[in-house]
Design a protein around this ligand. Structure first.
Ligand code: GDG
Length: 472
Protein backbone atom coordinates (compact mmCIF):
# COMPACT_ATOMS: atom_id res chain seq x y z
CA UNK A 1 0.00 0.00 0.00
CA UNK A 2 1.33 3.43 -0.88
CA UNK A 3 1.35 6.03 1.91
CA UNK A 4 2.01 9.75 2.17
CA UNK A 5 4.69 11.07 4.48
CA UNK A 6 4.48 14.77 5.27
CA UNK A 7 7.63 16.43 6.53
CA UNK A 8 7.85 19.93 8.01
CA UNK A 9 10.00 21.63 10.61
CA UNK A 10 7.13 21.68 13.11
CA UNK A 11 4.55 19.02 13.76
CA UNK A 12 0.86 20.01 13.77
CA UNK A 13 0.94 19.32 17.52
CA UNK A 14 3.10 21.24 19.98
CA UNK A 15 4.58 19.64 23.08
CA UNK A 16 4.75 22.08 25.98
CA UNK A 17 6.49 21.78 29.30
CA UNK A 18 4.32 22.60 32.31
CA UNK A 19 4.72 21.98 36.03
CA UNK A 20 2.75 18.75 35.63
CA UNK A 21 5.06 17.57 32.83
CA UNK A 22 4.75 17.53 29.07
CA UNK A 23 1.42 18.16 27.45
CA UNK A 24 0.27 18.45 23.85
CA UNK A 25 -1.75 21.13 22.11
CA UNK A 26 -2.85 21.19 18.47
CA UNK A 27 -1.42 23.90 16.30
CA UNK A 28 -4.01 26.19 14.68
CA UNK A 29 -2.06 26.83 11.48
CA UNK A 30 -3.53 26.44 8.02
CA UNK A 31 -1.07 23.72 7.13
CA UNK A 32 -2.21 21.50 9.99
CA UNK A 33 -5.85 21.85 8.97
CA UNK A 34 -5.23 21.41 5.28
CA UNK A 35 -3.08 18.37 5.62
CA UNK A 36 -5.10 16.98 8.52
CA UNK A 37 -7.26 15.14 6.05
CA UNK A 38 -4.23 13.36 4.61
CA UNK A 39 -1.93 12.55 7.46
CA UNK A 40 -4.60 10.97 9.62
CA UNK A 41 -5.68 8.65 6.81
CA UNK A 42 -4.57 5.01 6.86
CA UNK A 43 -0.89 4.53 7.51
CA UNK A 44 0.11 8.10 6.63
CA UNK A 45 2.38 9.99 8.96
CA UNK A 46 3.69 13.51 9.65
CA UNK A 47 7.38 13.89 10.57
CA UNK A 48 8.58 17.03 12.39
CA UNK A 49 9.93 18.73 15.51
CA UNK A 50 7.50 18.87 18.46
CA UNK A 51 8.56 22.47 19.22
CA UNK A 52 10.39 22.00 22.52
CA UNK A 53 13.81 20.69 23.57
CA UNK A 54 13.53 17.11 24.85
CA UNK A 55 16.87 15.43 25.65
CA UNK A 56 15.94 12.78 28.18
CA UNK A 57 15.63 9.39 26.38
CA UNK A 58 12.71 8.32 28.59
CA UNK A 59 10.84 11.54 27.75
CA UNK A 60 11.66 11.12 24.07
CA UNK A 61 10.21 7.61 24.24
CA UNK A 62 7.06 8.92 25.91
CA UNK A 63 6.59 11.69 23.33
CA UNK A 64 7.20 9.28 20.44
CA UNK A 65 4.53 6.92 21.80
CA UNK A 66 2.00 9.68 22.40
CA UNK A 67 2.43 11.15 18.93
CA UNK A 68 2.44 7.78 17.20
CA UNK A 69 -1.23 7.30 18.16
CA UNK A 70 -2.00 10.46 16.21
CA UNK A 71 0.05 9.55 13.10
CA UNK A 72 3.05 11.70 13.93
CA UNK A 73 6.75 10.93 14.27
CA UNK A 74 8.95 13.41 16.17
CA UNK A 75 12.45 14.58 15.25
CA UNK A 76 14.19 15.81 18.42
CA UNK A 77 16.50 18.81 18.23
CA UNK A 78 19.24 19.66 20.71
CA UNK A 79 19.58 23.13 22.20
CA UNK A 80 22.50 23.91 19.84
CA UNK A 81 20.47 22.75 16.84
CA UNK A 82 17.51 24.90 17.83
CA UNK A 83 19.89 27.88 18.09
CA UNK A 84 21.94 27.28 14.91
CA UNK A 85 19.63 25.43 12.51
CA UNK A 86 16.29 26.96 13.51
CA UNK A 87 16.90 30.43 14.95
CA UNK A 88 20.21 30.75 13.06
CA UNK A 89 20.19 29.48 9.50
CA UNK A 90 16.41 29.24 9.00
CA UNK A 91 15.35 32.47 10.66
CA UNK A 92 18.46 34.67 10.40
CA UNK A 93 19.67 33.67 6.94
CA UNK A 94 16.92 32.18 4.78
CA UNK A 95 13.90 34.06 6.18
CA UNK A 96 15.37 37.58 5.70
CA UNK A 97 16.96 36.74 2.33
CA UNK A 98 13.82 35.21 0.84
CA UNK A 99 11.75 38.20 2.05
CA UNK A 100 14.13 40.77 0.48
CA UNK A 101 15.66 41.74 3.85
CA UNK A 102 19.20 40.61 3.00
CA UNK A 103 20.59 43.33 5.24
CA UNK A 104 19.29 41.35 8.26
CA UNK A 105 21.03 38.10 7.21
CA UNK A 106 23.86 36.72 9.37
CA UNK A 107 26.18 34.52 7.31
CA UNK A 108 27.53 32.16 9.99
CA UNK A 109 29.29 29.01 8.86
CA UNK A 110 28.23 27.27 12.10
CA UNK A 111 24.56 27.97 11.24
CA UNK A 112 25.06 26.35 7.83
CA UNK A 113 26.74 23.28 9.29
CA UNK A 114 23.92 22.80 11.73
CA UNK A 115 21.37 23.24 8.92
CA UNK A 116 23.05 20.39 6.99
CA UNK A 117 23.17 18.18 10.11
CA UNK A 118 19.50 18.73 10.95
CA UNK A 119 18.34 18.18 7.36
CA UNK A 120 20.25 14.83 7.57
CA UNK A 121 18.50 14.07 10.83
CA UNK A 122 15.12 14.63 9.15
CA UNK A 123 16.31 12.47 6.24
CA UNK A 124 17.10 9.57 8.58
CA UNK A 125 13.73 9.94 10.31
CA UNK A 126 11.89 9.80 6.98
CA UNK A 127 13.93 6.87 5.66
CA UNK A 128 13.14 4.91 8.83
CA UNK A 129 9.42 5.23 7.99
CA UNK A 130 9.13 5.41 4.21
CA UNK A 131 8.65 2.37 2.02
CA UNK A 132 9.69 2.32 -1.66
CA UNK A 133 6.20 3.18 -2.94
CA UNK A 134 5.49 5.99 -0.50
CA UNK A 135 5.00 9.63 -1.48
CA UNK A 136 7.03 12.13 0.51
CA UNK A 137 5.86 15.76 0.74
CA UNK A 138 8.45 18.14 2.21
CA UNK A 139 7.46 21.62 3.41
CA UNK A 140 9.21 24.95 3.61
CA UNK A 141 12.50 26.76 3.92
CA UNK A 142 13.84 24.90 6.93
CA UNK A 143 14.23 21.75 4.82
CA UNK A 144 15.58 22.90 1.46
CA UNK A 145 18.31 20.23 1.42
CA UNK A 146 16.04 17.35 2.30
CA UNK A 147 14.66 16.49 -1.16
CA UNK A 148 18.14 15.81 -2.54
CA UNK A 149 19.25 13.90 0.56
CA UNK A 150 16.21 11.66 0.19
CA UNK A 151 16.79 11.30 -3.56
CA UNK A 152 20.32 9.99 -3.01
CA UNK A 153 18.99 7.24 -0.77
CA UNK A 154 15.80 6.54 -2.73
CA UNK A 155 16.35 7.36 -6.42
CA UNK A 156 12.84 6.20 -7.40
CA UNK A 157 10.86 7.85 -4.61
CA UNK A 158 7.99 10.27 -5.28
CA UNK A 159 9.10 13.51 -3.63
CA UNK A 160 7.17 16.80 -3.59
CA UNK A 161 8.36 20.07 -2.09
CA UNK A 162 6.30 23.18 -1.28
CA UNK A 163 7.75 26.57 -0.29
CA UNK A 164 5.44 28.64 1.96
CA UNK A 165 7.45 31.87 1.76
CA UNK A 166 8.33 33.96 -1.32
CA UNK A 167 11.06 32.79 -3.66
CA UNK A 168 12.98 35.99 -4.44
CA UNK A 169 14.80 37.24 -7.52
CA UNK A 170 18.01 35.36 -8.29
CA UNK A 171 19.90 38.54 -7.36
CA UNK A 172 19.01 37.81 -3.73
CA UNK A 173 19.75 34.09 -3.98
CA UNK A 174 23.18 34.74 -5.51
CA UNK A 175 24.22 36.61 -2.34
CA UNK A 176 24.00 33.39 -0.31
CA UNK A 177 27.37 31.62 0.07
CA UNK A 178 25.52 28.26 -0.02
CA UNK A 179 23.25 29.05 -3.01
CA UNK A 180 24.37 26.07 -5.11
CA UNK A 181 23.79 23.51 -2.36
CA UNK A 182 20.38 25.01 -1.52
CA UNK A 183 19.13 25.02 -5.11
CA UNK A 184 20.49 21.51 -5.78
CA UNK A 185 18.85 20.42 -2.53
CA UNK A 186 15.43 21.58 -3.72
CA UNK A 187 15.90 20.00 -7.14
CA UNK A 188 16.01 16.58 -5.51
CA UNK A 189 12.19 16.75 -5.59
CA UNK A 190 10.04 15.62 -8.55
CA UNK A 191 7.65 18.54 -8.08
CA UNK A 192 8.51 21.98 -6.69
CA UNK A 193 5.51 24.10 -5.68
CA UNK A 194 5.28 27.84 -4.95
CA UNK A 195 2.36 30.10 -4.00
CA UNK A 196 2.55 32.28 -7.14
CA UNK A 197 3.79 32.26 -10.74
CA UNK A 198 6.13 35.10 -9.81
CA UNK A 199 7.97 32.97 -7.22
CA UNK A 200 8.00 30.06 -9.64
CA UNK A 201 9.61 32.22 -12.35
CA UNK A 202 12.20 33.48 -9.87
CA UNK A 203 13.12 29.91 -9.01
CA UNK A 204 13.42 28.97 -12.68
CA UNK A 205 15.68 31.93 -13.33
CA UNK A 206 17.88 31.05 -10.30
CA UNK A 207 18.20 27.48 -11.58
CA UNK A 208 19.17 28.82 -15.02
CA UNK A 209 21.48 31.68 -13.96
CA UNK A 210 23.18 30.10 -10.98
CA UNK A 211 23.21 26.39 -11.89
CA UNK A 212 22.93 26.55 -15.67
CA UNK A 213 19.73 24.48 -15.85
CA UNK A 214 17.36 25.75 -18.56
CA UNK A 215 13.66 24.89 -18.38
CA UNK A 216 10.93 24.15 -20.84
CA UNK A 217 7.42 25.05 -19.68
CA UNK A 218 8.48 24.58 -16.07
CA UNK A 219 10.28 21.29 -16.67
CA UNK A 220 13.96 21.15 -15.71
CA UNK A 221 16.23 18.26 -16.70
CA UNK A 222 18.46 17.33 -13.76
CA UNK A 223 20.70 14.53 -15.01
CA UNK A 224 18.32 11.84 -16.23
CA UNK A 225 15.39 13.15 -14.20
CA UNK A 226 12.71 15.75 -15.06
CA UNK A 227 11.67 18.11 -12.28
CA UNK A 228 8.39 20.00 -12.61
CA UNK A 229 8.08 23.50 -11.16
CA UNK A 230 4.59 24.99 -10.74
CA UNK A 231 2.40 27.45 -8.80
CA UNK A 232 -0.17 26.26 -6.22
CA UNK A 233 -1.72 29.21 -4.32
CA UNK A 234 -2.59 27.83 -0.89
CA UNK A 235 -6.17 28.15 0.32
CA UNK A 236 -7.86 27.93 3.72
CA UNK A 237 -10.51 25.64 5.19
CA UNK A 238 -13.25 28.05 4.07
CA UNK A 239 -16.19 26.18 5.58
CA UNK A 240 -14.52 25.97 8.96
CA UNK A 241 -13.95 29.75 9.12
CA UNK A 242 -17.46 30.47 7.81
CA UNK A 243 -19.00 28.15 10.42
CA UNK A 244 -16.97 29.41 13.38
CA UNK A 245 -17.99 32.97 12.43
CA UNK A 246 -21.66 31.96 12.83
CA UNK A 247 -21.07 30.30 16.22
CA UNK A 248 -22.41 31.60 19.51
CA UNK A 249 -18.86 32.15 20.85
CA UNK A 250 -17.79 34.26 17.88
CA UNK A 251 -20.94 36.41 18.08
CA UNK A 252 -20.45 36.88 21.83
CA UNK A 253 -16.84 37.92 21.29
CA UNK A 254 -17.94 40.38 18.60
CA UNK A 255 -20.49 42.00 20.92
CA UNK A 256 -18.06 42.15 23.80
CA UNK A 257 -15.53 44.13 21.74
CA UNK A 258 -18.20 46.26 20.07
CA UNK A 259 -19.51 47.37 23.47
CA UNK A 260 -16.05 47.94 24.91
CA UNK A 261 -15.12 50.10 21.91
CA UNK A 262 -18.29 52.22 22.24
CA UNK A 263 -19.45 51.25 18.75
CA UNK A 264 -16.41 52.86 17.14
CA UNK A 265 -15.55 51.81 13.56
CA UNK A 266 -12.85 49.12 13.64
CA UNK A 267 -9.78 48.63 11.50
CA UNK A 268 -8.23 45.23 12.29
CA UNK A 269 -4.71 43.96 11.89
CA UNK A 270 -3.47 40.48 12.87
CA UNK A 271 0.09 39.21 12.39
CA UNK A 272 2.88 37.26 13.95
CA UNK A 273 5.56 39.65 15.20
CA UNK A 274 7.77 39.95 12.13
CA UNK A 275 9.61 42.72 10.28
CA UNK A 276 8.22 41.34 7.00
CA UNK A 277 4.65 42.11 8.06
CA UNK A 278 4.98 45.92 7.81
CA UNK A 279 3.54 46.57 11.29
CA UNK A 280 5.47 49.78 12.04
CA UNK A 281 4.77 51.17 8.55
CA UNK A 282 1.07 50.46 9.04
CA UNK A 283 1.05 52.40 12.32
CA UNK A 284 2.64 55.42 10.62
CA UNK A 285 0.01 55.29 7.88
CA UNK A 286 -2.78 55.13 10.46
CA UNK A 287 -1.35 58.21 12.17
CA UNK A 288 -1.21 60.02 8.82
CA UNK A 289 -4.86 59.09 8.21
CA UNK A 290 -5.81 60.66 11.57
CA UNK A 291 -3.87 63.79 10.60
CA UNK A 292 -5.39 64.12 7.12
CA UNK A 293 -8.92 63.19 8.16
CA UNK A 294 -9.46 64.55 11.69
CA UNK A 295 -13.15 63.64 11.39
CA UNK A 296 -12.14 60.03 12.18
CA UNK A 297 -10.62 60.96 15.53
CA UNK A 298 -12.83 59.50 18.24
CA UNK A 299 -14.78 57.49 15.65
CA UNK A 300 -12.35 54.82 14.51
CA UNK A 301 -10.10 52.35 16.37
CA UNK A 302 -7.15 50.37 15.10
CA UNK A 303 -7.42 46.95 16.76
CA UNK A 304 -3.96 45.48 16.40
CA UNK A 305 -3.13 41.91 17.40
CA UNK A 306 0.51 40.91 17.32
CA UNK A 307 1.24 37.28 18.06
CA UNK A 308 4.58 36.70 19.85
CA UNK A 309 7.09 34.98 17.59
CA UNK A 310 10.83 34.16 17.45
CA UNK A 311 11.52 36.26 20.52
CA UNK A 312 14.96 34.69 20.92
CA UNK A 313 16.14 36.41 17.73
CA UNK A 314 17.61 39.92 18.29
CA UNK A 315 15.88 41.57 15.30
CA UNK A 316 12.47 40.49 16.62
CA UNK A 317 13.16 41.87 20.08
CA UNK A 318 14.18 45.21 18.55
CA UNK A 319 11.02 45.27 16.41
CA UNK A 320 8.88 44.66 19.50
CA UNK A 321 10.44 47.69 21.19
CA UNK A 322 9.87 49.82 18.06
CA UNK A 323 6.18 48.84 17.88
CA UNK A 324 5.63 49.37 21.62
CA UNK A 325 7.11 52.85 21.38
CA UNK A 326 5.21 53.82 18.26
CA UNK A 327 1.85 52.69 19.69
CA UNK A 328 2.62 54.47 22.96
CA UNK A 329 3.49 57.72 21.18
CA UNK A 330 0.52 57.74 18.78
CA UNK A 331 -1.90 56.93 21.61
CA UNK A 332 -0.39 59.62 23.81
CA UNK A 333 -0.56 62.23 21.01
CA UNK A 334 -4.14 61.59 19.91
CA UNK A 335 -6.10 59.94 22.71
CA UNK A 336 -8.99 61.59 24.52
CA UNK A 337 -10.51 60.64 27.84
CA UNK A 338 -13.06 58.45 26.07
CA UNK A 339 -11.12 57.25 23.00
CA UNK A 340 -7.90 55.30 22.43
CA UNK A 341 -6.78 55.35 18.78
CA UNK A 342 -4.94 52.00 18.91
CA UNK A 343 -5.97 48.96 20.94
CA UNK A 344 -2.80 46.86 20.87
CA UNK A 345 -2.57 43.26 22.09
CA UNK A 346 0.67 41.27 22.19
CA UNK A 347 -0.58 37.72 22.64
CA UNK A 348 -2.49 35.05 20.76
CA UNK A 349 -6.27 34.67 20.86
CA UNK A 350 -8.52 31.60 20.65
CA UNK A 351 -9.95 31.00 17.19
CA UNK A 352 -13.50 32.01 18.25
CA UNK A 353 -12.28 35.42 19.42
CA UNK A 354 -10.31 35.90 16.24
CA UNK A 355 -13.44 35.04 14.33
CA UNK A 356 -15.50 37.54 16.36
CA UNK A 357 -12.94 40.22 15.48
CA UNK A 358 -13.10 39.35 11.78
CA UNK A 359 -16.88 39.82 12.01
CA UNK A 360 -16.57 43.07 13.92
CA UNK A 361 -13.99 44.81 11.73
CA UNK A 362 -15.17 47.12 8.94
CA UNK A 363 -11.67 47.08 7.50
CA UNK A 364 -8.84 44.52 7.61
CA UNK A 365 -5.32 45.80 7.07
CA UNK A 366 -3.05 43.16 5.59
CA UNK A 367 -0.04 45.18 4.53
CA UNK A 368 3.14 43.07 4.64
CA UNK A 369 6.39 44.21 3.03
CA UNK A 370 6.61 40.63 1.70
CA UNK A 371 4.48 37.59 2.42
CA UNK A 372 4.42 34.20 0.71
CA UNK A 373 0.61 34.13 0.70
CA UNK A 374 -1.02 35.54 3.88
CA UNK A 375 -3.88 33.47 5.18
CA UNK A 376 -5.32 36.19 7.42
CA UNK A 377 -6.59 37.98 4.29
CA UNK A 378 -8.49 34.86 3.22
CA UNK A 379 -9.78 34.12 6.73
CA UNK A 380 -11.24 37.64 6.97
CA UNK A 381 -13.10 37.09 3.70
CA UNK A 382 -14.40 33.65 4.77
CA UNK A 383 -15.57 34.96 8.16
CA UNK A 384 -17.60 37.86 6.77
CA UNK A 385 -20.55 35.82 5.52
CA UNK A 386 -23.23 38.30 4.47
CA UNK A 387 -21.58 41.20 6.31
CA UNK A 388 -19.89 44.11 4.54
CA UNK A 389 -16.19 44.78 5.01
CA UNK A 390 -13.16 45.99 3.09
CA UNK A 391 -9.82 44.26 2.75
CA UNK A 392 -6.77 46.48 2.29
CA UNK A 393 -4.05 44.25 0.88
CA UNK A 394 -0.38 44.73 0.08
CA UNK A 395 0.60 44.09 -3.52
CA UNK A 396 3.57 42.14 -2.11
CA UNK A 397 1.49 39.43 -0.41
CA UNK A 398 0.97 36.31 -2.53
CA UNK A 399 -2.78 36.67 -1.80
CA UNK A 400 -2.88 39.88 -3.90
CA UNK A 401 -2.50 37.77 -7.06
CA UNK A 402 -5.92 36.24 -6.34
CA UNK A 403 -7.85 38.83 -4.29
CA UNK A 404 -8.07 41.61 -6.84
CA UNK A 405 -11.29 42.93 -5.25
CA UNK A 406 -9.32 44.11 -2.24
CA UNK A 407 -7.94 47.66 -2.15
CA UNK A 408 -4.43 46.81 -3.34
CA UNK A 409 -1.70 49.11 -2.00
CA UNK A 410 2.07 49.50 -1.94
CA UNK A 411 2.95 49.12 1.77
CA UNK A 412 5.88 51.56 1.60
CA UNK A 413 3.61 54.28 0.21
CA UNK A 414 2.38 55.66 3.53
CA UNK A 415 0.19 58.25 1.88
CA UNK A 416 -1.49 55.70 -0.39
CA UNK A 417 -2.16 53.46 2.61
CA UNK A 418 -3.59 56.33 4.66
CA UNK A 419 -5.87 57.26 1.73
CA UNK A 420 -6.94 53.63 1.32
CA UNK A 421 -8.03 53.50 4.98
CA UNK A 422 -10.21 56.57 4.47
CA UNK A 423 -11.56 55.17 1.19
CA UNK A 424 -12.45 51.90 2.91
CA UNK A 425 -14.24 53.69 5.75
CA UNK A 426 -16.42 55.68 3.35
CA UNK A 427 -16.97 52.96 0.72
CA UNK A 428 -20.71 52.45 -0.01
CA UNK A 429 -22.05 49.24 1.51
CA UNK A 430 -23.22 47.98 -1.87
CA UNK A 431 -19.70 48.14 -3.27
CA UNK A 432 -18.28 46.45 -0.17
CA UNK A 433 -20.73 43.57 -0.51
CA UNK A 434 -20.01 43.13 -4.20
CA UNK A 435 -16.24 43.06 -3.71
CA UNK A 436 -16.60 40.74 -0.72
CA UNK A 437 -18.82 38.23 -2.51
CA UNK A 438 -16.40 38.12 -5.47
CA UNK A 439 -13.58 37.30 -3.08
CA UNK A 440 -15.71 34.76 -1.21
CA UNK A 441 -16.47 32.91 -4.45
CA UNK A 442 -12.75 32.58 -5.11
CA UNK A 443 -11.61 31.69 -1.58
CA UNK A 444 -14.34 29.07 -1.14
CA UNK A 445 -13.57 27.38 -4.46
CA UNK A 446 -9.79 27.38 -4.15
CA UNK A 447 -9.77 26.12 -0.58
CA UNK A 448 -7.05 24.15 1.18
CA UNK A 449 -8.50 20.78 0.15
CA UNK A 450 -8.37 21.88 -3.48
CA UNK A 451 -4.73 22.91 -2.95
CA UNK A 452 -3.76 19.50 -1.53
CA UNK A 453 -5.56 17.64 -4.34
CA UNK A 454 -3.97 19.75 -7.05
CA UNK A 455 -0.48 19.28 -5.65
CA UNK A 456 -0.88 15.53 -5.24
CA UNK A 457 -2.33 15.18 -8.75
CA UNK A 458 0.57 17.10 -10.27
CA UNK A 459 3.05 14.94 -8.37
CA UNK A 460 1.40 11.78 -9.70
CA UNK A 461 1.42 13.33 -13.19
CA UNK A 462 5.15 14.10 -13.20
CA UNK A 463 6.01 10.58 -12.00
CA UNK A 464 4.08 9.14 -14.96
CA UNK A 465 5.65 11.65 -17.33
CA UNK A 466 9.13 10.73 -16.10
CA UNK A 467 8.43 7.10 -16.95
CA UNK A 468 7.18 7.91 -20.45
CA UNK A 469 10.18 10.20 -21.05
CA UNK A 470 12.52 7.42 -19.90
CA UNK A 471 10.99 4.85 -22.30
CA UNK A 472 10.86 7.26 -25.31
C1 GDG B 1 3.65 31.34 6.43
C2 GDG B 1 3.96 32.39 5.36
C3 GDG B 1 1.82 31.82 4.21
C4 GDG B 1 -2.66 34.57 13.95
N1 GDG B 1 -2.90 35.04 15.15
C5 GDG B 1 -3.63 34.12 15.80
C6 GDG B 1 -3.84 33.04 14.96
N2 GDG B 1 -3.23 33.34 13.82
C7 GDG B 1 -3.22 32.48 12.63
C8 GDG B 1 -3.95 33.13 11.50
C9 GDG B 1 -3.36 32.40 10.29
C10 GDG B 1 -1.93 32.11 10.75
O1 GDG B 1 -1.89 32.28 12.16
C11 GDG B 1 -0.91 33.07 10.14
O2 GDG B 1 -0.76 32.71 8.78
P1 GDG B 1 -0.13 33.69 7.71
O3 GDG B 1 -0.35 33.10 6.37
O4 GDG B 1 -0.78 35.04 7.83
O5 GDG B 1 1.40 33.90 8.08
P2 GDG B 1 2.69 33.00 8.54
O6 GDG B 1 2.53 32.46 9.90
O7 GDG B 1 3.87 33.91 8.35
O8 GDG B 1 2.78 31.76 7.49
C12 GDG B 1 2.66 32.96 4.79
C13 GDG B 1 1.65 30.68 5.22
O9 GDG B 1 2.93 30.26 5.73
C14 GDG B 1 0.98 29.46 4.56
O10 GDG B 1 1.68 29.01 3.45
O11 GDG B 1 0.53 32.32 3.90
O12 GDG B 1 2.95 33.89 3.76
O13 GDG B 1 4.77 33.45 5.91
O14 GDG B 1 -4.01 31.19 10.07
O15 GDG B 1 -5.33 32.95 11.69
N3 GDG B 1 -4.57 31.95 15.29
C15 GDG B 1 -5.12 31.93 16.53
N4 GDG B 1 -4.92 32.94 17.44
C16 GDG B 1 -4.20 34.05 17.12
O16 GDG B 1 -4.05 34.95 17.94
N5 GDG B 1 -5.86 30.88 16.90
Amino acid sequence: MSRTIIVSNRLPTKAQRTEEGLHFTPSEGGLATGLGSIYRADGNVWVGWPGVEIDDPAEQQFVTEELRHDSMAPVFLTQDEIRDYYEGFSNEVLWPTFHYFSQHAVYEQAYWESYVTVNRKFCQAVLALAGPDDTIWVHDYQLLLLPQMLRQERPEASIGFFLHIPFPSHELIRVLPWRRELLEGMLGADLLGFHTYGYMRHFLSSAAQLLGYPNQNGLIEVGQRSVLVDAFPMGIDYDKYAQVAESEEAREAELLYRDALNDSRVILSIDRLDYTKGIAERLRAYELMLQRYPEWRGRVTLLMLVVPSRDQVEKYRALKVEIDELVGRINADYRTISWTPIQYFYRSFPLEHLSGLYRLAEVALVTPMRDGMNLVAKEFVASKGELPGVLILSERAGAARELSDALIINPTDTLQLAEAMHEALVMPEEEQLLRMSNMQALVSTYNVYHWVRLFMDRLAYIKIKQQTLATD
